[in-house]
Design a protein around this ligand. Sequence first.
Ligand code: SF4
Length: 421
Amino acid sequence: MGCIQSEDRSAKADAPAAFDVNRADQMQPRASAPIPVELRNGARVKDQNVPPAGVYLPNNNRLTPHMRSPAYVQMSTAAAITLGIMKGQMYRCACTRCLNLLLTYPEGCRANCAYCGLARHREADRDYADRNFIRVDWPAVPLDDVIDKVAGDGAKTPFHRMCISMITHPNSDADTRTVLGRWVARVPRAAVPVSILSNPTTMTRQDVRDLYDLGADIFTVALDACTPELFERTRGRGVQSPHSWDKYWEILDAAAEIFGPERFGAHLIVGMGETEHDVLALCDRLRARGGHSHMFCFFPERGSLMSHLPATPRAQWRRVQLARYLIDYRGVRLDQMRFDECGRVADFGVSRAELDAVIDAGIAFRTSGCPGKFGDDVSACDRPYGDSPPSNIASFPFPLTKRDVGRVRRQLGGELAKKGG
Ligand code: SF4
């Protein structure tokens, strides 16, 4: 096999392409346009200064109110449907098990990550609270209303976990502490534990310690880019964004020490130009320290600086999902696997019978993230359709049926397309 991805977009979604990876040289973000001074830093929202009144649904043709954390937080569409704040149904999902809360400010996130719908370059055309993020809208809701509802539901709550997503903003560290403190005062950790999706750029080791002392259960770092070069290109100077690979690892290392094994991890996006060996070497490095990797399949987010680029070919994504699951939950190490000259997984390092059993169980292909109440290897954070459309699911937010497993096998292709080779 060569290493060049086919540009044949007419190919069936299930069929593994002959050349099946997103290459580094093709995954180039576009440049962002200059932002007029009068539209910077949330000026439009602050000038209008419309007072918020209850729930704000994005893009509903009224002026975006002036909302700020900690009084207000945004939540995923899946969480809003689960809480009954929004009407709607999710394909093959009754609810989500993770209540993802995102800090919100008119100024928005001050970083400019190339793959992200929340990035700063969008402030010219869309207020922060109206921006799509991992493919969905994020309604804004008073924090106290959310806590009242979950605390009132008690043991009946559908949620297995809550997660506070920080952004790059001067108030983000202090407000994360406030949101966490208010939550743990009302919702017992045994009922709905809290994860932190951190933003290391503004954090110190003491901030990590404070969140641990306040009662956070798991601490994760959204590393996202899998090599220092890709990090710089997509989150650092390449896109006039403030993040640095070394700072992210400084906070990740602090989390490993302070939170300890099974209580820290990193988000990684697959398909931005890294090799499969690159991303799995990171998974192995995290696992060796006792942490876990939470994987996202690259999807060209609408309005982002990478919106013109191809989603990760399914063959590449399935191989990485499978290998990552073996590293994280089956004790397989990177040096037991073999890779081809393009860095693709050529041998998963386990017997064919074990590989078939893992594929058939299907958990490897579900959304990965912090665990809920179904099992250590089943993520509470199911992010329905956060990295793909329902027509060609990348991360399954529900248990796979036999038919789903058959589809995954066809996407893996080669010998794995059929059980037992
Ligand atoms: S720091 Fe996070 S929220 Fe902000 S632009 Fe980057 S990925 Fe998006």
